[in-house]
Design a protein around this ligand. Structure first.
Ligand code: SF4
Ligand code: F3S
Length: 77
């Protein structure tokens, strides 16, 4: 899956939601999160985000790794 990280908080640009072919990016309050069971890892959302908040799970920067669990837990995955 892909993971949305801290720059989304306070930004919520939503450009990612417009390019996702499977519409798996959901409003989670202070930020958007990606449903890990629905994401097809196409990568389209990565360049769409103006604050570079989205990474493939394996490429999430060390300081942003708490967002991996936050992403999974939000969807109960
Ligand atoms: Fe959607 Fe593709 Fe981004 Fe996954 S990687 S959230 S399928 S745009
Ligand atoms: Fe957030 Fe970037 Fe999408 S700011 S809502 S991850 S385009």
């Amino acid at each position: 899956t892909h993971i949305i990280t801290s720059p989304c908080i306070g930004t919520k640009d939503q450009a990612c939601t417009e390019v996702c072919p499977v519409e798996c990016i959901y409003d989670a309050g202070e930020m958007y999160l990606i449903h890990p069971d629905e994401c097809i890892d196409c990568g389209a959302c990565v360049p769409a985000c103006p604050v570079s908040a989205i990474f493939p799970e394996e490429d999430v920067p060390a300081e942003e790794t708490p967002f991996i669990a936050r992403n999974y837990e939000f969807f109960g995955a």
